[in-house]
Design a protein around this ligand. Structure first.
Ligand SMILES: [Mg+2]
Length: 358
């Protein structure tokens, strides 16, 4: 008879992660990531861990929201069967509806425990398509001087895709930041991310003002407000490749983006949808011919390795933005992906996501 391990143990505790320098985006800045560790234990003894990384400036969600959701939902999650993980995830989706990051942490811990008990890696579990990913690196908001310094050091480390946070400042300032960064990173591709802070015409003006540099802009991520898919489409219609991030939080959002032909790429993030929701978003987008990007909030190597296992496992992700472990003063976790920045290697993980500590 098949053993069907149930969830016997569910615990969580907060942890703070100090950043090396403030992580600035158009809508706010984070200096400490206030994250949450979730632990799931199965019948038979397998233990798994997962991370919740709410980012208030992106979606208004806080760690307290995640803690509240887990505390009030705990009793309805205990006893769920791990092998039938999609059924468990459906239940968790209802129970933790108020906090996507808590859902993500729970599902990560559950699938970590399950795959550890099965003796396989989470990377193999998702399909094992591609054991190496190459990440971009983020140039946070700041002045042109900072942008040039960040770009020079990233370029020296081998990064060839620079993701530049724009918006929340006058166009001229962003132009200078982009020009200075591009000058010290001669053959690097540029991804712009406005975190929903611009109007369509401002985004188009910014790209056009780049002149010859425009050729190096391979993607413009979420130039315009989340709920306005038409603005996103307007930028796309100006000949700029567009990714939806804040506009793509749910499967219903994805359907609308597909119907309206509003984006070329979606940024899949496990903190927006949960891990299983991210899997479904990726499959749905791929079926509709939309390209995939894997990204994250301000996360340690625990959540980043989980995302890498999903993206590497499925394969076919055109854009990889898993760099936030580089921004941490000290990562409380060890194990997981092997980092040889900008390369992330998954082939040496043997059980679950392979991350421990914390
Ligand atoms: Mg983004």
């Amino acid at each position: 008879m098949t053993r069907v391990p149930r969830i016997l143990h569910l615990a969580f505790r907060p942890f703070d992660v100090e950043l090396r320098e403030p992580f600035g985006i158009a809508t706010g800045t984070q200096t400490v990531a206030k994250n949450l560790l979730v632990e799931v234990g199965l019948e038979g003894g397998a233990l798994g861990i997962g991370e919740a990384a709410p980012f208030p400036a992106v979606n208004g969600e806080t760690r307290e929201d995640a803690e509240r959701a887990l505390a009030s939902g705990r009793d309805r999650l205990l006893g769920l069967e791990a092998l039938t993980w999609r059924a468990a995830a459906r239940r968790a989706h209802d129970v933790l509806a108020s906090s996507p990051s808590a859902l993500c942490a729970f599902e990560t811990a559950l699938l970590d425990a399950l795959t550890r008990s099965l003796g396989i890696s989470l990377f193999a579990f998702f399909g094992g398509a591609k054991a190496e990913l190459i990440s971009d690196i983020t140039l946070t908001t700041g002045d042109a001087e900072q942008s040039a310094a960040q770009a020079a050091s990233a370029y020296q480390r081998g990064f060839r895709v620079l993701k530049v946070k724009v918006g929340g400042a006058p166009l001229q300032r962003d132009l200078e930041r982009l020009q200075r960064a591009a000058a010290v990173a001669p053959d690097a591709a540029l991804v712009l991310d406005a975190n929903a802070s611009l109007r369509a015409e401002e985004a188009i003006r910014l790209v056009r003002a780049l002149g010859a540099l425009r050729e190096r802009v391979v993607l413009f991520e979420q130039p315009t407000p989340p709920s306005d898919v038409h603005a996103l489409r307007a930028v796309r219609e100006a000949g700029i490749k567009v990714a939806a991030d804040e506009s793509a939080r749910t499967l219903a959002d994805l359907e609308e983006l597909i119907d309206e032909q509003a984006c070329d790429v979606i940024n899949v993030k496990i903190m927006k949808t949960g891990l299983v929701g991210a899997l479904d978003m990726a499959l749905g987008a791929r079926a509709a011919g939309i390209e995939l990007m894997i990204g994250g909030m301000v996360e340690t190597r625990l959540a980043m390795t989980t995302s890498a296992c999903l993206a590497g496992g499925l394969g076919g992700f055109s854009f990889v933005d898993l760099d936030t472990p580089l921004f941490l003063a000290k990562d409380p976790f060890v194990g997981g992906f092997e980092d040889a920045w900008p390369r992330l290697k998954l082939g040496s993980i043997t059980h679950g996501h392979g991350v421990h500590g914390g």
